[in-house]
Write a protein that binds this ligand. Structure first.
Ligand SMILES: Nc1ncnc2c1ncn2[C@@H]1O[C@H](COP(=O)(O)OP(=O)(O)OP(=O)(O)O)[C@@H](O)[C@H]1O
Ligand SMILES: Nc1nc2c(c(=O)[nH]1)N=C(CO)CN2
Length: 166
């Protein structure tokens, strides 16, 4: 059994189309899709706002490494070029958590090592899973409450935009 929390983000090209394509690519594994948020860029690189969302997925045949492969497949389909760390991208798919797994392998750290400090991950996750917990860090609701006000202010729900579950 394997359920995962994926964070999807885009700030290059048709941002909504890239997020929609990721949800379509994940197909039958998709259990829930959060609202879309417009988010101020996190990190040291000056760049345009992102659209972000969180997707809950489940597939008994996919393990933690398998979710990373699915994430990379989504990114490849969006024509993502890997250059600047934390720089602009057509599509970023991060594996936030897989079940209760805590691991550190060269390719995959779980939970995602920066998820607990990212409003653009925690706020949409809370929308679709109010009782969720980030393994090793506690309830997502508590993590959201602990975020600095300016982090939270940079995350604005776009009620005019929707990602459909296929
Ligand atoms: N939980 C995880 N989800 C996605 N990638 C991970 C994870 N843990 C480790 N990685 C590794 O991180 C590397 C860099 O990923 P990526 O280019 O998406 O980083 P980034 O999006 O710029 O930064 P960040 O990881 O802070 O979101 C990948 O090659 C991948 O192997
Ligand atoms: N708001 C926001 N900022 C980011 C994002 C993202 O998805 N949303 N992804 C990044 C890639 O490392 C860097 N910064």
């Amino acid at each position: 059994m394997s359920s995962a929390v994926l964070s999807i983000g885009s700030n290059l090209g048709d941002r909504l189309a890239h997020l929609r394509a990721a949800v379509a690519n994940l197909g039958g594994a998709v259990v829930a899709v959060s609202p879309v948020y417009q988010t101020a860029p996190w990190g040291p690189v000056a760049q345009d706002d992102y659209f972000n969302a969180v997707v809950l997925v489940d597939d008994p045949a996919v393990d933690a490494r398998g979710w990373l492969d699915r994430a990379w497949d989504c990114e490849r389909s969006a024509g993502r070029v890997r250059d600047v760390r934390w720089g602009p991208r057509t599509l970023d798919v991060d594996v936030v958590a897989v079940d209760q797994v805590i691991q550190e392998t060269p390719d995959l750290v779980l939970p995602h090592p920066r998820a607990h400090e990212r409003a653009f991950v925690l706020v949409p996750w809370l929308d679709v899973a109010p009782a969720a917990e980030l393994p090793g860090r506690g309830p997502v609701a508590d993590l959201v409450r602990a975020l600095p006000a300016d982090e939270l202010a940079g995350v604005r729900r776009r009620a005019d935009l929707r990602l459909e579950v296929e």
